[in-house]
Design a protein around this ligand. Structure first.
Ligand code: FAD
Length: 280
């Protein structure tokens, strides 16, 4: 590993559970012991070759076996581009259903992550083909202007949503640009979920949203799930886990760079921290 890679890995360890399954399982158990469930994610995205998809699928199936044998409390998340959406619809369907079959034997939920806009429709369509038969959920990005409509369509078919703000950059035509607009749309989508969905996850580190969600839980008597990313506001996550169904998204694997770059770009204090690391 070069010095740059080592430095990058040092920073990435904040968000990543390690480079292999052994590391990931040790980290998952640590979180489980604090009453935090894990959403395990073998890192891989933007795959255009069947060979790479097969390798990733093998790792995901092995992850399910290991989570089952180690009695991990949690679920898994997969990226559509990791299991073939960019290759063909039928290949994507075959891989998704193979993972769902295995997960149902091992008794874990499979979450479909949401990626760039070009994959949103294909991901939702594929999810709706399988969501009645298997225990599976889908991520929806509140920053997209169309998301409330997508949520209504999914909830009507009994689908389960994990609501996030959205980690990708889009044009004004398809997405809200201002933080306040994204926040308002998140609240709109969450209100709809409280009114119409039986089970869903509020995945954010935004304390304003978390507080509104907790008040709604009290008012409606509906118990929901909360989600946060490993390494972001861990004290808040631990506190919530005392009384809420808390789920920590825990990526691991060799492909840590893309994911870490997204987290770094959202980290308001990143520049200050990086500067202090570089200055020793
Ligand atoms: C469980 C889970 C699953 C996710 N899955 C997806 C997915 O499939 N697709 C997708 O597009 N996005 C996904 N995301 C990412 C999400 O879209 C946001 O990019 C991310 O959660 C930051 O938004 P926020 O809601 O926390 O609000 P923000 O307004 O970005 O953050 C609220 C506060 O959290 C803290 N914070 C946020 N990010 C960081 C950071 N990187 N470092 C340090 N502090 C930070 C800050 O205190 C900030 O003020 C997921 C997020 C979670 C929690």
């Amino acid at each position: 590993m070069s010095i740059i890679d080592s430095l990058g890995m040092l920073i990435a360890r904040k968000w990543i559970a390690g480079v292999d399954l052994g590391h990931a399982m040790r980290e998952a158990k640590k979180y489980n012991s604090k009453k935090e469930n894990v959403i395990m994610n073998y890192l891989g995205e933007d795959l255009k070759s069947k060979k790479l998809v097969e390798q990733n699928k093998g790792q995901i199936l092995a992850l399910l076996d290991r989570m089952h044998s180690e009695k991990i409390k949690g679920s898994i998340a997969v990226k559509p581009t990791q299991i073939g959406i960019a290759i063909s619809k039928s290949y994507f369907a075959a891989n998704y259903s193979e993972i769902l079959e295995k997960a149902s034997v091992c008794e874990f939920t499979v979450w479909l992550d949401m990626e760039q806009f070009e994959y949103v429709k294909g991901t939702i369509d594929m999810y709706l083909r399988f969501c009645r038969k298997y225990d599976t959920g889908i991520c929806i990005q509140a920053k997209l202007r169309q998301s409330l409509k997508d949520i209504q369509r999914i909830v009507k078919q009994n689908g389960r949503i994990r609501l996030v703000k959205g980690a990708y950059k889009y044009t004004n035509a398809i997405s809200f640009q201002e933080k306040q607009e994204v926040y308002s749309n998140y609240i709109k989508c969450m209100d709809y979920l409280f009114a119409h969905s039986k089970k869903f996850m509020i995945a954010t580190h935004d304390e304003r949203i978390i507080n509104i969600a907790r008040n709604k839980e009290k008012k409606t008597g509906k118990k929901i799930q909360f989600g946060m990313l490993k390494g972001i506001r861990p004290q808040l996550a631990a506190k919530l886990a005392e009384s809420e169904d808390m789920n920590i998204y825990m990526p691991y694997g060799e492909q840590w760079l893309e994911y870490s770059m997204r987290r770094l770009s959202e980290w308001e204090h990143a520049k200050i921290i990086l500067r202090s690391i570089m200055q020793g």
